[in-house]
Design a protein around this ligand. Structure first.
Ligand code: TXA
Ligand code: MG
Length: 308
């Protein structure tokens, strides 16, 4: 079996496969598989759920998941395949895991131009979530060797395409606001983009916009009650592990077996399902502050924070 077939088989089984792009190596997971995407966060040791870039074989494939404006079409025509990531509004019918959007209504998409990345995406036939293939807080890897050094056993297979030609991450451009905003400078220069878009707006406070903004986008309509030991009959319950309190109007269990990877994969989707009008609150049982639990609790605290 050749390496690409092996990569496709592993991805379809929910495993993580590192792949070369023209910018840096990406840590790939089936973007439509919640559990596989949750494993990405775990493998990288990310302190919280930042949104992830999703990769596609063609512009047409991205357009099935996000809404394109005329400006987005011009940018795609000018720079894809290539190192530009566009942040666009998610389609309601998108099958990409909500974890890739980290609770925002947008999705970061790009079509890479590395031949091995394109061959993998074509053969797999689904989008790949692909953060840089390094442990959180470390430099992005530009060789297969660097990926193995950083992630070791946490990656099932590293497709070796030699050193990345660009070696610097893609430029991230937010097209969800009134004017396009540069969220992360990268391999496509501001000047090249401004030739298509005209002057760019400055991004507000860093690559994620502000954490406060992220929280308010993400927060459900109902208030959240954290560390709940019991539940009222006018509350929805988000449980974890066995021994869930009884008596809720509606309840879902993130992981009856207490598996934090499963819990992370279910988190955003379950909060949405519990967010029903007419109830008083969503009560959430304590989640252990270990492994992915730290990221889960970080997102829950942001969502429960007083709203401005
Ligand atoms: O070159 C690259 O972009 C590499 C290769 C593998 O494609 N990938 C990469 O991914 O650098 P990552 O996850 O390490 O960086 C993603 C960046 C972050 O700064 C994130 O905040 C931003 O893109 N981003 C992704 N989706 C977003 C969204 N919906 N809204 C705002 N920012 C987003
Ligand atoms: Mg990175």
């Amino acid at each position: 079996m050749d390496q690409l077939d092996e990569a496709v088989r592993l991805l379809a089984a929910g495993a993580l496969v590192a792949f070369p792009t023209e910018t840096v190596y990406g840590l790939g997971a089936d973007a439509t598989d919640d559990r596989a995407v949750a494993r990405l966060f775990e493998a990288k040791g990310r302190p919280r759920f930042n949104p992830l870039i999703t990769h596609y074989a063609s512009t047409e494939a991205t357009a099935t998941q996000v809404h394109f404006s005329p400006l987005a079409e011009s940018l795609a025509a000018a720079f894809w395949p290539g190192p530009l990531t566009l942040v666009l509004p998610r389609r309601a019918e998108s099958r990409v895991s909500l974890l890739c959007s980290a609770g925002l209504d947008s999705l970061g998409v790009r079509v890479p131009r590395h031949p091995l990345a394109l061959a993998l995406l074509r053969r797999f036939g689904r989008p790949l979530a692909g953060p840089s293939a390094n442990p959180s807080g470390r430099l992005s890897p530009t060789t297969a060797e660097a990926v193995r050094e950083g992630l070791g056993e946490r990656v099932a297979l590293v497709l070796d395409g030699g050193p990345c030609p660009v070696g610097l991450e893609s430029t991230v451009l937010d097209l969800t606001g009134e004017r396009p905003a540069l969220l992360r400078p990268g391999a496509v220069t501001r000047e090249a983009i401004e030739r298509v878009t005209g002057p760019l707006a400055e991004a507000q406070a860093g690559p994620l916009k502000s954490p406060g903004q992220l929280a308010s986008h993400y927060a459900p309509g109902l208030p959240l009650r954290l560390q709940a030991k019991s539940v009222g009959e006018r509350e929805a319950l988000l449980a974890f592990g066995k021994d869930a309190p009884a008596g809720a109007a509606l309840s879902l269990n993130l992981s009856p077996l207490g598996d934090l990877v499963e819990a992370a994969a279910n988190l955003f989707a379950y909060l949405r399902r519990l967010d029903r009008p007419g109830l008083d609150a969503i009560a959430i049982v304590p989640i252990p502050e270990e492994g992915l639990g730290e990221a889960i609790n970080d997102r829950l605290r942001r969502a429960a924070a007083p709203r401005g």
